[in-house]
Design a protein around this ligand. Structure first.
Ligand code: Q9C
Ligand code: ZN
Length: 345
């Protein structure tokens, strides 16, 4: 399968994140991608550099002020104090209900809170360049499929599906799956389905397309009553305005077996077929894996092959976009199992 990699991903290398109030080493590391690229090469998939600029499509899925903030966030942080180069900024205050989010504060940490949904998405010196180049890879992968290639894989990090129109969160900055879906729309697809199989609900993708009928969002994920992102991903979120009926959430309890997960996948596939999608984007998180350190589903490595086979039977032009998956040493095997399962059909 043609795979687009992100040559700048390793510049996004924050050191720690918060977990239960303590600083712990980051789960979302450059090493993750080393494992995926190694498995891709070992199993005969080439790595192609991005050949498209995401800028025009980025402006269709994110707001101008969020993009302007993110692009210069690290320079803004350094401008406060040159010694900040060795310090990770974290937000500590957020505009929750009754507070105003229309006025940008002059205080940097307050701006960071305005554009973040959590304190779990650390910024580093190379974050913008890495996220931008990853979105270039997503644009490139979608263009290739729009030109007639059956399927492509966007092999990138940081992930994207928690990033909304104007905020970062859950290790995500730019929504690569939304960029891929919008690129397919811009190149002739009338109805695009995004299927998100990451363990965590893709709140950002849902929010970007919630009011639109031209993109169907379907997600299988840990029940938000107990699992991140907590505040979105319930079954009664079915779309708004023009998009009523175009959002499908299939939350499953933590601990769900592979058998039950695949039942949900059948339901998801039926909804995509019923919608009449003419192209498919897969938000390919591999954290439904039984060995994932921060997730609680029970898919085995062989189940990812089965997932790929089932997706191939949808018979749709398909763009795979890497999302989460934190059992780093098994991430390559699990991701490439999906791609090989898809190509075997
Ligand atoms: N500090 C994705 O899989 N919090 N994001 C985990 C550990 C957030 C996961 C708690 C998990 C976000 C793309
Ligand atoms: Zn996840």
């Amino acid at each position: 399968m043609i795979t687009f990699h992100n040559p700048l991903h390793s510049g996004h290398a924050p050191v720690h994140e918060f977990f239960r109030g303590e600083r712990v080493p980051c789960f979302e590391t450059p090493t993750r991608l080393d494992y995926v690229q190694e498995a891709l090469q070992l199993r005969g998939h080439g790595l192609t550099a991005p050949d498209a600029d995401c800028r025009p499509v980025l402006a269709e899925v994110h707001t101008p002020r969020y993009l302007a903030f993110l692009e210069s966030a690290w320079q803004q942080w350094l401008a406060l104090d040159a010694a900040n180069g060795d310090v990770q900024p974290f937000p500590s205050v957020w505009p929750v209900r009754t507070l105003r989010s229309d006025v940008e504060p002059l205080n940097f940490v307050a701006r960071l809170g305005l554009y973040s949904m959590d304190n779990g998405t650390p910024l580093a010196a190379g974050t913008w360049a890495a996220a931008k180049s990853g979105a270039d890879a997503a644009t490139s992968a979608a263009r290739r499929v729009a030109q007639g290639t059956r399927a492509s894989f966007c092999c990138t990090r940081p992930p994207g599906h928690h990033a909304g129109p104007d905020f970062m969160g859950g290790y995500c900055f730019l929504n690569n799956a939304a960029v891929a879906a919008q690129t397919l729309r811009n190149h002739g697809a009338q109805r695009v389905a995004v299927l998100d199989v990451d363990y965590h609900h893709g709140n950002g993708t849902q929010s970007i397309f919630y009011g639109r009928a031209d993109v169907l969002f379907v997600s299988i994920h840990g029940d938000p009553r107990t699992e991140y992102p907590f505040y979105l991903g319930h079954a009664d979120e079915t779309g708004a305005g023009d998009g009523v009926g175009c959002n499908v959430n299939l939350p499953l309890p933590a601990g769900t077996s592979a058998a039950t997960w695949f039942d949900a996948l059948e339901h998801a596939c039926a909804r995509i077929t019923g919608y009449g999608a003419d192209a498919l984007v897969i938000s390919l998180g591999l954290d439904a894996y039984e060995g994932d350190p921060i997730s609680r589903f029970a898919l085995a490595s062989s189940d990812f092959t089965r997932l790929g086979e089932r997706l191939a039977r949808m018979s749709l032009p398909t763009v795979f976009v890497l999302e989460g998956g934190y059992a780093a040493a098994e991430l390559g095997t699990n991701a490439v199992n999906v791609l090989d399962g898809f190509e075997q059909v």
